[in-house]
Design a protein around this ligand. Structure first.
Ligand SMILES: Nc1ncnc2c1ncn2[C@@H]1O[C@H](COP(=O)(O)OP(=O)(O)OP(=O)(O)O)[C@@H](O)[C@H]1O
Ligand SMILES: [Mg+2]
Length: 149
């Protein structure tokens, strides 16, 4: 997925993209692990903390510049807590740089989040294997999934 994203950007230059990814799957299915791997492939070198208590942890990689916002909404007590916490702007995108929002437990927002470009369902296969099902809900999402195959 990271290579699809890195290939996407030059083809869109000088425009930027704003991508939202829903990460669905049971507790421990691998949503944070996927996000860590994606951040690593995009060039992030530091730690990736699980945003369990903060709702969101943000990163910026620089080659190319992409702002990445990693959400875990599992502990929200109400559907709009993500908005009340001031994170709505992350879902609007930014005309000066690419951005990606990855959201674990989007179902906790009960439909109050904007439509996701890509939905990833992760299922536990066995201790060492997971199954991924990717669905696109926008042209950008379709472009990314097409670039993967
Ligand atoms: N693709 C994978 N292959 C093998 N093991 C994995 C894979 N993805 C995750 N794991 C293991 O599963 C465990 C849970 O992973 P992770 O924390 O990413 O789950 P999660 O979906 O984010 O859970 P939560 O819903 O609690 O946030 C970790 O021990 C991790 O090493
Ligand atoms: Mg997690």
């Amino acid at each position: 997925m990271a290579s699809a994203l890195l290939r996407l950007q030059p083809s869109m230059a000088p425009k930027t993209y704003h991508l939202t990814i829903a990460l669905q799957g049971d507790l421990g299915s691998g949503k944070t692990t996927f996000t860590r791997a994606l951040l690593g492939h995009l060039g992030h070198q530091g730690k990736v903390k699980s945003p369990t208590y903060t709702l969101c942890e943000s990163y910026e990689v620089d080659k190319p510049v992409i702002a990445i916002h990693h959400f875990d909404l599992y502990r929200m007590r109400s559907a709009r807590e993500w908005e009340e916490a001031g994170f709505a702007e992350y879902f609007l995108g930014d005309e000066n740089r690419c951005s990606i929002c990855l959201v674990e437990w989007p179902e906790k927002a009960e439909g109050t989040l904007p439509t996701f470009d890509v939905q990833i369902q992760i299922d536990y296969a066995d201790e060492n294997q997971r199954m991924f099902d990717l669905r696109a809900a926008s042209d950008l999402g379709k472009q990314i999934i097409a670039a993967l195959s």
